[in-house]
Design a protein around this ligand. Structure first.
Ligand SMILES: [Zn+2]
Length: 131
């Protein structure tokens, strides 16, 4: 068994956040290569948030979205925020369940700042078409 040393590295993750990591590696090059690989993934906080949103979507029966990986991550967060907002009110409860009929990530991103009326009209319309 070869000796391991402790290396600290500050890594800028793909989400843009910096996080400090401690590695127990055989040499500096090994620690550097682990740090390099970590740049390709989200920081711990963002990954937890992504996992939590995925769990919420599953609990709410919302299907997987279609789009690029970055679009999907972003759109999932938008959809969950809108779904939670709609499902909290009696008036829009039906629209909340219609969130499952819009699976294009780009629609959620483009309409992230749309009024509640526009969002509800689109979702209930999609719900009718799917029925
Ligand atoms: Zn992050």
């Amino acid at each position: 068994m070869s000796a391991k040393f402790e290396y600290r590295r500050s890594v800028t993750h793909r989400c843009g956040h910096s996080q400090s990591h401690t590695f127990f590696a055989r040499c500096r090059q090994e620690a550097d290569s682990w740090a390099f690989n970590l740049k390709k993934v989200e920081c711990d906080a963002c990954r937890e948030k992504t996992d939590r949103i995925a769990a919420e979507a599953k609990a709410a029966n919302l299907p997987a979205l279609l789009g690029s990986p970055n679009q999907i991550t972003w759109a999932n967060a938008i959809r969950q925020r809108i779904y939670n907002m709609l499902s909290r009110t009696d008036r829009y409860h039906h629209a909340a369940s219609c969130c499952q009929h819009e699976t294009q990530a780009t629609w959620w991103i483009e309409n992230r700042k749309a009024t509640i009326q526009i969002i509800v009209a689109h979702l209930t319309d999609s719900g009718r078409r799917a029925a």
